[in-house]
Design a protein around this ligand. Structure first.
Ligand code: CDP
Length: 225
């Protein structure tokens, strides 16, 4: 089974996708972490962010795997602090916009799904490009101020909420307007407005939707499943 969850920056996809994967005993696939790990390597090697060919070459050389908790590993090592750093966050959208970069990482993502009994994937294009035939598709949204509030809380930086909101809005605009695999809600994805819901409530909504009888799955257009 493939469950695909997309949505804008800091919409809670990782937390929810991880919990759904755990509940269903499926593999959690954090595609954003892969773009982040690649971007960390691009910055380390001093490669220009706009140089798509060189970024893609690094993507092909990089040994990207996952540990049992779904953390991305580069050469067998996790470095969450590095891949979530402000420098990587500021650069990742430009690296992720290169078609050759996307081809390299999407092929790894599909291989992970092939090798697992089932996956819960999350990102920007998992419902549209990576797994267009996914069994269940969701699109999580929330206002940018709510998303900034959550991210500030998560990172223990409450005083930086406004700066985080601007960064989130900048990244959303970039990710939504790129030519290759833009962030967009798939027409067959269930939209969930997460304003006012915590991660546990959104996880419960998704699990209920997945276990609903097939005839109830037809109505995908309404908000909040
Ligand atoms: O956790 P957060 O929402 O901040 O971002 P993320 O999911 O870690 O993704 C980081 C960046 O990677 C995004 O802003 C996109 O530019 C890129 N990305 C992408 O292009 N396609 C994906 N499937 C996942 C992430």
């Amino acid at each position: 089974m493939i469950v695909a969850i997309d949505g804008p920056a800091a919409s809670g996809k990782s937390t929810v996708a991880r919990a759904v994967a755990q509940a269903l005993d499926l593999t959690f696939l954090d595609t954003g972490a892969m773009y982040r790990a690649l971007t960390a390597a691009v910055l380390e090697r001093g490669c220009a962010l706009g140089d798509g060919e060189s970024c893609a070459r690094i993507a092909e050389e990089l040994d990207l795997t996952f540990d049992a908790e779904g953390r991305v590993l580069v050469d067998g090592r996790a470095d969450e602090a590095r891949i979530r750093s402000a420098a990587v966050t500021a650069a990742v959208s430009e690296v992720a916009a290169h078609p050759a970069v996307r081809r390299a990482l999407v092929s790894i993502q599909r291989r992970v799904a092939q090798d697992a009994p089932g996956v819960v994937a999350e990102g920007r294009d998992t419902t549209t490009v990576v797994f267009p035939g996914a069994d269940h598709k969701f699109f999580l949204t929330a206002t940018s101020s709510e998303r900034a509030r959550r991210r500030a809380l998560q990172e223990g930086r409450p005083e930086e909420q406004d700066a985080l909101r601007l960064e989130i809005e900048r990244r959303d605009a970039f990710d939504s307007t790129r030519a290759d695999s833009p962030l967009v809600r798939a027409s067959d994805a269930v939209a969930i407005d997460t304003d006012g819901y915590d991660a546990a409530a959104v996880t419960a909504l998704i699990l209920a939707r997945i276990s609903a009888p097939a005839h109830d799955q037809q109505h995908n257009s309404g908000d909040n499943a």
